[in-house]
Each structure stands twice: as structure tokens, then as C-alpha cells.
Design a protein around this ligand. Sequence first.
Ligand code: IPE
Ligand code: IPE
Ligand code: MG
Length: 238
Amino acid sequence: MALADTQTVPVPKHIAIIMDGNGRWAKKRGLPRTAGHAAGAETFRRIANYCRRLGVRYLTVYAFSTENWKRSSEEVAGIMKLLRRYLEEALTDMDKNRVCFRFFGDLSRLSPELQALCREAERESTDYDVQVNFCLNYGGRDEILRAAKLYAADLAAGKADPNLTEEGFSRYLYSAGIPDPELIIRPSGEMRTSNFLLWQSAYSEYVFMDVLWPDFREQDLDRAIAEYTRRNRRFGGT
Ligand code: IPE
Ligand code: IPE
Ligand code: MG
């Protein structure tokens, strides 16, 4: 029985996922990498819906990193096209899906159409049960650097407290006001962060899984949550 039907385990309030393995999934099938991204987008739809059923409040997904521009122009264009299609559909089905959208990352490098769709999705989806933070042209280092620059500008303008605290600094991050993720999942077998949520992951529990993202199903999320509940979180204490 799926976790959403039993609800005996307390689910994390904030889950983050590095949606990795699309290219390998396609390669295994002799398909172009873009077919893997299309299958990955389908998995994202399922998993976002399942998180809503589970009562997860925040789902942060890594969709495109600041380093992913190194890929071929065909692959980047394919990913951007899929994102556009996904957002157009999400805007049409907003009431059905009940997902609230936020975007983490420097959107200014995206096409004006895609930027407009992101803004529209944020505007149209205010009060829904689950908030999806979509990381697009996102990098953890870039986020921290941007926050430092914003703080420096506020300080120079006399609008910020010179005695900067961790809490004060985190207000300059894309994730301002959102609790840190308790659980970060990386499918595809890779065991690294690849520049994801560097500040916010200080005490997150990582679960690395061998499944490729397009093959990731509700039961895999159940498994990751079960693993998370077995962890002993000490936060530096005893
Ligand atoms: C993740 O899948 C999607 C993006 C990074 C955009 P990959 O495309 O990285 O898939 P692999 O890691 O090559 O299999
Ligand atoms: C991380 O995956 C970025 C996303 C999933 C969007 P990558 O495939 O880009 O990371 P590396 O290259 O394996 O570190
Ligand atoms: Mg990858």
C-alpha cells in the first residue's frame, strides 16, 4: 500500500529532489537525450501530485543548473521547449493540480517568453496546498553570491543591519521564508550535490538512489521517506 494511503509515517514538510538520470535513461533505450527529458517531465508531474496527496508542504526540484548551459545547444533548446510546454499546461490545469509555483534561479538568461510564463505561473498560483520551488538556471554558489551582493547594496543604502546573522542573510536567498529541506533525494546513482541548495542543506538528510529519474515512481518516494525516518538527526547535539 502506498504511503499516501496509510499516513502512519510523519512526512517531511520540505522535500528537495535533484531530478537526474534523464540522459542515461534515453541512452539505454537508444533514444535522443531529449526523450529522456520528456519522460523526466512526466515523472515530475506524478511526483508533484503524489507530494500533494502526502501533505508535503514544499517540494523543491532541480530542473536546470547554472552549469547545464555547457550542454549542446540542441539539448538546451529541447529542455527549454519542454519547460515552456509544461508551464503552459500547468497554467491551464492550475485548479485541478493545486500546485503553487515559485522559481529559484537567475531567470534573466531564459527567453522572454519563458520568463513571462514563470511570472504568470507565480502570479496565478497563490494559495494552493503544495508549493513547488522550480530551480531553473539555479546554482547554490550563484544564489549565495547574489544574496551577498543584495545585502551589500542594502548595507550601503543604510537599509540593512551591519550585524548580519544567519537568519538575516537567509532572507536574501531565493528560499527566503521557506524552512530548509529535511530530505534531499538524488536518484541516478550519483553521490554529489552538483551545486544544489548549498546553504539550505547544512543539516538535510540525503538519500541517494540507483533509479534513474524517468523511472522514479511513488514507491521510490515512499522508500526515500522511510529511509529518512530511520535517520537519527542530531544537528550537532548528542
Ligand atoms: C537531469 O538529467 C536533467 C538535467 C540536468 C537538465 P541528465 O540530463 O543530467 O541525465 P544524465 O545524468 O545525463 O543521465
Ligand atoms: C544536476 O545534474 C542538475 C540537475 C539535475 C538539474 P547534472 O547532471 O547537471 O550534474 P552532474 O553534471 O552529474 O554533476
Ligand atoms: Mg546528470
